[in-house]
Design a protein. Structure first.
Length: 443
């Protein structure tokens, strides 16, 4: 079990290894002082009583003996089982895959609820990795918005202005929800309704799979548990599950371009899905091209940690035994869009030196050549090009090499593979995208 925030629906130990901590020390649900866990077999026995209130000592013991707070690059502070840093690489990839898939669902839900008119169109708030999370009363939600829909809004006697109600969504993908694991969400909903100054609220819980018992339990308490298949259809729901599996498996295994193309074709039915996935898709393409071009061992999203902190993450790492190590930074953009200079500067001045230092500490890499490469389908600003060229000229080649691969270079690599599916995937989503002309005309 790990808690994501002071109000989010929680996961059981069987569901995930760790998850983002939106606020520090968030192991206990602030509103009720109950441990934020699903009532599963892995939960402590003292959770079984709904009236139980653990003492302060019990809460502190539960928090610090079993859990640790770690920083995950690209996600931020997370709470995990205290099992050592070497345990975290696989769960970190699983978590990131789940969050990417959930972000697609959240974007689709937001657009659907706004277009139907469930809430005030411009007042919808969405869970993000950087901003304050949507909140209704003391609880955080994945999506929240005020609503003036009849039955949710109220108007007192003599009042000219209606008091809005709310619409709220939580999303949890990748696990099957039963009646016991739904209990914390129901408790959250019931507690919110008991607060005097909070308007009426329609609450949705969107999941992959759900048992009939969980469905009946949710409806009996007036909440709306729904599956992705109910919302989007069976084909899209299956594509979302496959996407998570592909995102997890692509870190070490080759990805079939045809499989990716079919997956994206199904997900295009969800508004905004391809934009959300563009960065991850380009990393897949880069990894597959590097695998075939350099004939080495490829890893995606390789992380290096020290003292519980992420020191660096490599988008694509390829090691050619006894020869060279390629550290590839991926920037997948539509043609005509410019890579922000701040990102190029951060890569050159922070990430490259950190990776160079870590590479020199690696016992198997000390005598290999190092190549730090930036692959992008976008454009580089004159300022970025000058910075790169100056650094290329100042670094001794025997130390390491900095190389930039542009859209033309990447396309040439794809053509050399003679894989029509891979070439089509690159051209269709990055080199000949329908929005390319728009960006070229407006930038």
């Amino acid at each position: 079990m790990v808690a994501a925030s002071s109000g989010r629906t929680c996961r059981s130990p069987l569901e995930t290894a760790f998850m983002p901590a939106q606020s520090p020390h968030c192991m206990i649900e602030a509103a009720s002082c109950r441990p934020r866990i699903s009532a599963s077999r892995a939960a402590p026995h003292w959770y079984s009583s709904a009236k139980f209130r653990p003492t302060k000592c019990a809460r502190v013991w539960w928090q610090w003996v079993f859990f640790q707070e770690v920083n995950i690059d690209g996600t931020g502070a997370c709470v995990s089982f205290a099992r050592g840093m070497e345990y975290l690489e696989v769960p970190a990839n699983q978590m990131k895959a789940r969050l990417i898939t959930e972000s697609i669902v959240l974007s689709a839900l937001k657009n659907w609820a706004r277009n139907v008119g469930f809430g005030s169109y411009n007042r919808f708030e969405l869970r993000t990795a950087t901003m304050d999370q949507p909140r209704i009363g003391p609880y955080q939600w994945d999506i929240a918005a005020p609503s003036y829909v009849g039955g949710l809004s109220t108007r007192g006697v003599g009042e000219s202005k209606a008091k809005p109600g709310f619409i709220a969504f939580d999303v949890l993908l990748g696990v099957e929800i039963n009646d016991r694991s739904l209990a914390p969400f129901i408790h959250k909903c019931i507690t919110l309704r008991s607060l005097k100054n909070i308007g009426r609220c329609m609450q949705f819980f969107v999941v992959d799979r759900m048992t009939p018992e969980a469905l009946r339990l949710g409806r009996s308490y007036g909440v709306l548990p729904v599956t992705t298949a109910t919302l989007f259809g069976q084909d899209v729901a299956e594509a979302l599950r496959n996407l998570t599996a592909v995102l997890i498996g692509a870190a070490r295994a080759s990805v079939d371009p045809l499989q990716l193309q079919n997956l994206f074709a199904k997900l295009e039915k969800i508004e905004g899905a391809t934009n959300t996935l563009r960065g991850a898709l380009f990393e897949f393409i880069a990894a597959e091209l590097a695998r075939r071009e350099f004939r080495g061992n490829v890893e995606m999203n390789r992380k290096y940690r020290r003292g519980g902190l992420d020191l660096a993450e490599i988008d694509v790492l390829i090691v050619v035994p006894n020869q060279v190590v390629h550290f590839i930074e991926c920037k997948g953009y539509l043609p005509g869009r410019t890579v922000p200079h701040a990102e190029v500067e951060k890569w050159l001045h922070k990430r490259v030196p950190e990776l160079f230092k870590l590479a020199n500490e690696h016992p198997d890499w000390k005598n290999l050549d190092y190549r730090f490469e930036l692959w992008t389908t976008g454009e580089l600003s004159p300022e970025s090009r000058t910075l790169i060229q100056n650094l290329q000229n100042s670094v001794r080649p025997e130390k390491y090499v900095i190389e930039i691969r542009t859209a033309r270079d990447i396309e040439a690599m794809a053509v050399r593979t003679q894989d029509a599916g891979l070439v089509h995937l690159l051209r269709n989503h990055f080199l000949a995208h329908p929005l390319a002309g728009y960006w070229q005309a407006t930038n």
